[in-house]
Design a protein around this ligand. Structure first.
Ligand SMILES: *[C@@H]1O[C@H](CO)[C@@H](O)[C@H](O)[C@H]1NC(C)=O
Ligand SMILES: *[C@@H]1O[C@H](CO)[C@@H](O)[C@H](O)[C@H]1NC(C)=O
Ligand SMILES: *[C@@H]1O[C@H](CO)[C@@H](O)[C@H](O)[C@H]1NC(C)=O
Length: 242
């Protein structure tokens, strides 16, 4: 390489660095229009002292009173539900939908509070309050069971519906504890998920008001493998909630 090439390369790298530093951080309460002019997606942080990043859609025509709260598995975050079109679809159907980045994922910082079972339940409860979520339906895949199960056991009276998707932490509770939860529940899992789905199903079956939908040819992240079937099952459940 000639000297001038090296100089050019150096200049290019410097420019890239400057550009990178000049880029805005995660959006704070920005909103933008999705391709569908009827759907607005908002993103920002909850105001609490351990801010949680969220994305939400506010339906243009709010025709259903339920708020759907989507958690995520280990390899994912709130963006997964935007990419998959779930947020937009729920809004088009007239639901408000909120997806969270759990502490330590996506744009949310790790939180000490998340280290205990009670802390995780309280954190979720506070986030729902901060976001003024009412008549919540909680969607909880995989790892997010660490938050959803403790919350369900303590705060199920705050939930209008529960959609566990092969969640973790079900082993931590007794049959009697599951029996006591009257929340209408849709147990969703992928046919090819042979471990976590079965293990959690064995426990979740004790919830008195549940139905089960097994997605064919889908693995542990069944909503990614069969998004259409997943969306159909979710909407059918939501549309039939009182
Ligand atoms: C937006 O809403 C209007 C009125 O409800 C409807 O006619 C139109 O098809 C919607 N647009 C899209 C892209 O869904
Ligand atoms: C399981 O339950 C016990 C007692 O309720 C609690 O101390 C522990 O943190 C729980 N573990 C998980 C993973 O939730
Ligand atoms: C069970 O849940 C369904 C909604 O999925 C609801 O319509 C029904 O009233 C519930 N049944 C009981 C006994 O609570």
């Amino acid at each position: 390489m000639s000297r001038s090439q090296v100089a050019l390369l150096g200049l290019g790298l410097l420019l890239m660095l400057l550009l990178y530093m000049g880029l805005p951080g995660p959006p704070d309460q920005t909103s933008w229009l999705w391709r569908d002019p009827n759907v607005t997606i908002l993103a920002g942080f909850t105001p609490g002292n351990a801010p949680i990043f969220y994305r939400e859609v506010i339906p243009f025509h709010r025709v259903r009173r339920l708020d759907v709260v989507l958690l995520h598995g280990k390899a994912f975050n709130s963006y997964t539900w935007e990419q998959l079109g779930t947020l937009q679809l729920l809004a088009q159907r007239g639901y408000r939908a909120v997806a969270l980045d759990l502490p330590g994922f996506g744009n949310s910082a790790p939180s000490k509070e998340a280290g205990t079972e009670a802390g995780r339940a309280e954190l979720l409860e506070r986030v729902l309050q901060d976001l003024e979520v009412k008549n919540a339906v909680l969607v909880s895949p995989s790892l997010s069971g660490r938050y959803a199960l403790p919350f369900l056991m303590r705060g199920h009276h705050q939930l209008q519906g529960f959609v566990p998707i092969a969640p973790t932490s079900t082993q931590n509770y007794t049959q009697e504890q599951f029996w006591a939860v009257k929340t209408p529940t849709l147990i969703l899992y992928g046919e090819l998920d042979r471990i976590l789905a079965r293990e959690s199903l064995r426990q979740l079956r004790h919830l008195p008001n549940h139905s089960v939908v097994k997605l064919r040819d889908a693995g542990h992240a069944c909503y990614l493998h069969k998004p259409q079937d997943f969306h159909l099952a979710l909407l059918a459940f939501l549309d039939h909630l009182p």
